[in-house]
Design a protein around this ligand. Structure first.
Ligand code: PAF
Length: 288
């Protein structure tokens, strides 16, 4: 079984020992309930650093009222067993009290202007502030050379890059392409909330985003019309779309019509039963 520590000071000591021995460390932050998508992040981390730390922490700061904080699966022993053959060196699984000793409501929080209130952030106020805060704390506890995040949470990836840059964290942030089921559905712990019937409809989100990307590649440039068409497609499939957005890939700004298609990203979120699904695709660049 892969070793686990719960105390930030113990983690920091271990990573410093590795550094003193000339070894680099990669951090893979997760909320646990690990699936193949997470294991791909661990593999990417392994390729980039001598040591790999996987953090497992269901962060109360990033859940809003009425969201699934209580229900979020907590399966630490299964996660540790799953990591056994993946080449990770250490799990960091702190308690809420260890990360927020003053209490969740009293803790200092980060804000990341421009990126935190749009798209998913518009529907989930405070969510990205909670993500930025916990990741900054994980960076301080681990002092990693590199941190690895999935592109499925594309807005999160860009926001964390911005946060690390603005706060001068000496960490490289690597993004890893989304891992999908054969029918296109992006792997996510929240897929477990889908009924069998909803699961069969869920790949429509990816198919719809991809069809927008294909139309952009074919030269279409009426972005609002493409977004409206895609929203209607999702509604026809019985989903409740929150947004479909064509954005500049490097900063999520609204693009001008003369932007190269390869500089764009198509992002979307939709509710299906109990699950809130999010996904995004590049334009003109096939996903692996
Ligand atoms: O992507 C996630 O699982 C979480 O948002 C993260 C980055 C681990 C922060 O809690």
């Amino acid at each position: 079984m892969i070793p686990a520590v719960s105390d930030p000071a113990t983690l920091r000591r271990q990573v410093r020992q590795w550094r003193a021995a000339g070894e680099t460390t990669a951090l893979v932050p997760t909320m646990g309930d690990l699936h193949q998508g997470h294991l791909r992040l661990v593999a990417a981390a392994r390729e980039r650093a001598a040591r790999v730390v996987v953090s497992i922490f269901v962060n109360p700061l990033q859940f809003g009222p009425g969201e699934d904080y209580e229900q979020y699966p907590r399966v630490l022993e299964r996660d540790r067993a799953r990591l056994a053959d993946e080449g990770a060196d250490l799990v960091f699984a702190p308690s809420v009290e260890a990360l927020y000793p003053r209490g969740v409501d009293a803790t200092t929080r980060l804000t990341v202007p421009d990126l935190e209130a749009v798209l998913c952030g518009a529907e989930r106020p405070g969510h990205f502030s909670g993500v930025a805060t916990v990741v900054a704390k994980l960076f301080n506890a681990t002092e990693p050379d590199i941190a690895v995040f999935g592109e499925k949470d594309y807005q999160q990836l860009l926001l964390l890059r911005r946060m690390a840059e603005d706060l001068d964290f000496a960490v490289e942030i690597a993004g890893v392409a989304t891992v999908r089921e054969d029918d296109g559905l992006a792997l996510s712990s929240r897929n477990g909330y889908l009924t069998e019937e909803e699961r069969a409809r869920a790949p429509t989100l990816h198919a719809t985003l991809q069809s927008v990307a294909d139309r952009l590649m074919a030269g279409e440039r009426d972005f609002p019309m493409l977004e409206r068409d895609a929203m209607a497609q999702l509604q026809e499939a019985g989903m409740e779309p929150s947004y479909i957005a064509i954005r500049r890939a490097h900063d999520l700004a609204i693009p001008t019509t003369d932007e190269r298609p390869e500089a764009l990203r198509v992002l979307g979120a939709a509710r299906l039963g109990r699950a809130r699904l999010i996904d995004n695709v590049p334009v003109g660049v096939p996903e692996p």
